[in-house]
Design a binder for this molecule. Structure first.
Ligand SMILES: [Zn+2]
Length: 601
């Protein structure tokens, strides 16, 4: 077995160079102290905005600087803590950074209400004022919130209610993280082992059906035992959403949730409608999978297991990085040239080291440095694909930071997964060509994409439908109980999976294990982002220079425009069902290819 790397033994060439953010921890300490002072000085500007244009410009520009400095302080502390999560010094710095962020929030709390209290027409004029060009996106979103902003006293009451409205989520987290015990289950080695929600997926990947079934049934029943409590908590969450939306004069909780992204409810509805149109193809895919797994009946716990062809891609980081650069060649020579800097310039923290944070992410929120990427690289297809995904985020930040001023360089969640997913699809398409004629490789590559589709487009849209139905029930004063929620969730599973699977009764409890339901109307963005990325990647691969230019323009936009408008610049109009339909056409094509591959001897 390889010796575990530590921060002391890992080759520094494969670690990120955080000195671009601060030269040393001492420099961070100084910046931290200075920022605290700046926050206090900023708070003294309260009450000055009514005195005119100059005062407004001073306040807004100083606030933007505070936010940027806060990102810098936070990112450095987070990255150092993530390198080794057990180091007390960096735990302390990260906690300090978090508390400074809430301190600055309080220091700057006067800004938005004072802006909104300015006489009618003032914000509109500032948006067109060239001196405010850097802040136009922020002013536009303030103006947009104006009709839903209440009097100072009412806002104060809502802020006080905010704590109470957060109680269901807190209780749910504690209940499922700390109090819940899913007991033991049988592992691949036949021995009893501890079952946790985080480990469920690895059990569901087991090629031993009894292992899959036991883990699945134990998990669903484990949640079911707390089902009355979880249902009451979720009902509380939904009612809080409905209360807040009503208080602010929205027509529905969903409209309120979508409003800040400037996304209309029609986008949400047309996603669901279009995905319903693809359910037949989903069933076809699952029937092929069932046959290949040699099952007479496909149960809900059989869906996650991969068809093992024995093929994998085993690349060390150097090879993986070269492959990434080749896969993104369709994005243009300069994209490849810019991206090729990432490894030699140490944007990436490559290897797993002792106590390093797990998973992977990209951090591009420090405006005048390069983006950074955390990996835990493994020599697998998944490792390669993760590198491409995170570099997609990183390059989106790179071009946005380069093009946009600090105050509007950061992109929103609605568009965040587009560039990363686009790179993943470019990688799949590149490898499919490279391994032409290699049946095992093709099955693995196509199978991976199909699973990605199933879990992102179909599953997340089903979740989106569930939360929409739950909120509609609450808005119609119908009770949200364990029975009504479970029945609704079960029926949705029948709709999505009933064509190919035995929809086991246990699945009725599955909604209870989805923490995202406490960030209402969030998951649909995974599905829309994926579909947009598919449409864009296909456009790029078609070789049409205009489509490529549009996409490259999109990468530079940061947060300068409403997300739906940014995607229109890229070449997809999410206010129509067309991109979702196009993505589903691609899914159907892939199902055809998959079926052909599996039929070959
Ligand atoms: Zn991502």
């Amino acid at each position: 077995m390889e010796q575990e790397l530590t921060r002391a033994t890992v080759d520094p060439h494969y670690t990120w160079d955080v000195t671009r953010i601060y030269a040393s921890d001492e420099a961070w300490e100084q910046a931290y102290a200075a920022l605290r002072e700046d926050g206090k000085a900023f708070a003294a500007l309260a009450g000055t905005l009514s005195s005119g244009r100059e005062a407004i410009l001073t306040a807004i520009s100083r606030y933007a600087k505070l936010e940027a400095a806060m990102s810098r302080v936070y990112c450095y502390a987070m990255m150092k803590q993530n390198e080794d999560t057990t180091v007390g010094k960096y735990q302390g710095m990260l906690a300090q950074a978090a508390s400074l962020a809430s301190e600055l929030g309080a220091d700057g709390a006067f800004l938005m209400p004072e802006l909104l209290a300015l006489p009618d027409g003032t914000l509109e004029a500032l948006i067109d004022d060239p001196d405010f060009a850097e802040y136009d996106a922020m002013l536009r979103s303030a103006l947009r919130m104006k009709p839903h902003t209440l009097t100072a006293r009412e806002e104060q009451l809502l802020a006080m209610a905010g704590d109470v409205c957060g109680a269901p989520e807190n209780a749910y987290d504690l209940l499922t993280d700390a109090d819940m015990d899913l007991g033991m289950t049988r592992g691949d080695d036949g021995k009893k082992t501890k079952l946790t929600d985080a480990r469920l997926l690895s059990f569901l990947n087991s090629h031993d059906r009894a292992v899959r079934k036991a883990a699945y049934v134990n998990t669903m029943n484990g949640y079911g035992k707390l089902g009355n409590a979880i249902s009451a908590l979720y009902a509380g969450q939904v009612k809080a959403d409905v209360f807040m939306a009503k208080a602010r004069g929205y027509e529905s909780a969903r409209q309120a949730a979508l409003y800040p992204d400037e996304v209309g409810e029609d986008v949400y509805d047309s996603l669901i409608e279009a995905v319903h149109g693809g359910i037949g193809t989903l069933s076809e895919y699952l029937r092929i999978k069932k046959e290949q797994l040699g099952l007479s009946v496909m149960h809900m716990y059989d869906m996650y297991v991969d068809i093992d062809t024995g093929f994998d891609i085993r690349m060390d980081i150097g090879e993986a990085f070269d492959t990434f650069l080749k896969a993104v060649a369709p994005l243009g020579e300069d994209y490849v040239k810019d991206a090729s800097r990432a490894l030699p310039e140490r944007w990436i923290d490559v290897y797993e080291t002792k106590n390093k944070r797990g998973g992977a992410y990209s951090c591009g929120s420090v405006h005048d440095t390069t983006p950074y990427v955390l990996l835990n690289h493994k020599k697998t297809y998944d490792g390669l694909s993760t590198l491409c995904h995170e570099m997609g985020h990183a390059m989106h930040s790179f071009y946005s930071n380069k093009t946009q001023p600090e105050a509007k360089a950061e992109y929103t969640i609605f568009v965040a997964e587009v560039a990363s997913t686009c790179n993943e699809i470019l990688l799949s398409e590149y490898l499919m060509k490279q391994y032409e004629g290699n049946r095992e490789a093709q099955i693995m590559l196509v199978g991976n994409l199909l699973e990605h589709f199933r879990t992102t487009v179909f599953r997340q849209t089903m979740f989106a439908e569930f939360e929409h139905k739950a909120h509609r029930m609450a808005e119609a004063d119908k009770p949200l109980t364990k029975d009504s929620l479970c029945e609704m969730y079960y029926d949705l599973n029948k709709l999505y999976y009933g064509g190919a699977c035995k929809v086991d009764k246990e699945v009725a409890n599955e909604w209870m294990r989805i923490p995202h339901f406490y960030s209402s109307f969030y998951v649909y963005k995974y599905a829309t982002g994926f579909c947009a990325a598919v449409a864009l990647a296909r456009g790029i691969l078609s070789g049409d220079p205009e489509k490529l230019a549009a996409y490259r323009k999109f990468l530079t936009l940061g947060g300068s425009m409403p997300p739906i408008e940014e995607l229109k610049v890229a070449g997809v109009d999410m206010s129509t069902p067309q991109p979702v339909c196009e993505a589903l056409d691609y899914f159907a094509e892939l199902v055809g290819v998959y079926s052909g591959l599996l039929a070959e001897e």
